[in-house]
Design a protein around this ligand. Structure first.
Ligand code: AMP
Ligand code: ZN
Ligand code: FE
Ligand code: FE
Length: 288
């Protein structure tokens, strides 16, 4: 019987989570975890504060990030782990995404304005309990921030309603994410010495898209995820075993944006984590 050791998928206030990196580490300790990876959307900003704090608290931490990427015209998520902190290739990709997100958010706000919903860019900074100080220019702002601004202004009553009516894929105010191909994303992660992992494959509903993604040379797949039945996990485990991929897992905890998901509700055991942790440590001294 294996025991929970580390949650490898969660979001902080550096993207669309509601806890700061430091609060996430405190919560991980409370939940009895020994290890953690903070996988913010398109930014590694969390590590500026998370690394020294994790060291102080004796929590083993590995670098992580969740990149948006294009496969053809579809948007998928790719997790990057154990890359070298401060690596320029990853930094460049994050800066590209910050710019892309600014333009995309503008596009979605314009579409909302056309249906009578007035949200300003400055409103997007109010997501985290109104604490604008939590955002710096390297934070990743996206649809959950728009959803919270819509709630604050009384246009919708929940994040879910905002996605269902306006912001979800294919809805009237949605603008595509992505911007960089899957292959380019994998290349940047690898150039930083990191490992590229397919995020939450069960969320990819298009079978064709999924089989194309599975043909790509990844290092791993996220086979454990919050609230999915173990029969589904088994399906991903089988595929990952066949490919010789690392099997990762995590909750995708966001705090208030996804209140049904708790930190540590999905996890990896000590042996998977130790492998990734050693890879992380080796990478910080190498010239990746
Ligand atoms: P973005 O990066 O701007 O495309 O936003 C992606 C974020 O929106 C991810 O954290 C998703 O989990 C979240 N998201 C997508 N669909 C929904 C939904 N129906 N309800 C709540 N959050 C969602
Ligand atoms: Zn998110
Ligand atoms: Fe994701
Ligand atoms: Fe995520």
């Amino acid at each position: 019987m294996t025991t929970p050791y580390a949650d490898l998928h969660c979001h902080s206030t550096c993207s669309d989570g509601s806890l700061t990196p430091i609060e996430l580490i405190d919560l991980a300790i409370e939940k009895g975890l020994k290890g953690l990876s903070i996988t913010d959307h398109d930014t590694t900003r969390a590590y500026a504060t998370a690394l020294p704090y994790a060291k102080e608290k004796n929590v083993e931490i590995i670098s992580g990030v969740e990149f948006s990427a294009f496969l053809g015209k579809e948007s998928v998520h790719i997790l990057g782990y154990s890359y070298q902190i401060g690596n320029e290739k990853i930094g460049k990709l994050c800066r590209f995404h910050t710019q892309r997100r600014q333009e995309r958010n503008k596009g979605m706000l314009e579409r909302l304005a056309r249906v009578g919903i007035q949200i300003d860019e400055s409103d997007l900074l109010k997501m985290n309990h109104g604490n604008e100080d939590l955002f710096d220019p390297e934070s990743s702002i996206g649809r959950p921030h728009i959803a919270h601004a819509m709630i604050a202004k009384g246009y919708v009553s929940s994040v879910n309603e905002a996605f269902k009516k306006y912001l979800g894929e294919g809805k009237s105010c949605y603008v595509e994410g992505g911007g960089v191909t899957v292959e380019e994303t994998i290349e940047a992660i690898r150039e930083a010495g990191g490992l590229a992992v397919i995020a939450h494959p069960h969320l990819i509903k298009d079978k064709n898209l999924l089989s194309r993604l599975l043909e790509i040379d990844f290092d791993g797949m996220e086979v454990y995820y919050a609230n999915i039945p173990s029969s589904q996990e088994q399906q991903w485990i089988k595929i990952a075993e066949k490919k010789g991929w690392i099997m990762t897992g995590g909750s995708d905890f966001h705090g208030i944006s996804k209140p049904t998901i708790q930190l540590a509700s999905s996890w990896v055991d000590a042996s998977t984590f130790k492998f990734l942790h050693q890879h992380f440590l080796d990478n910080q001294t190498n010239d990746a």
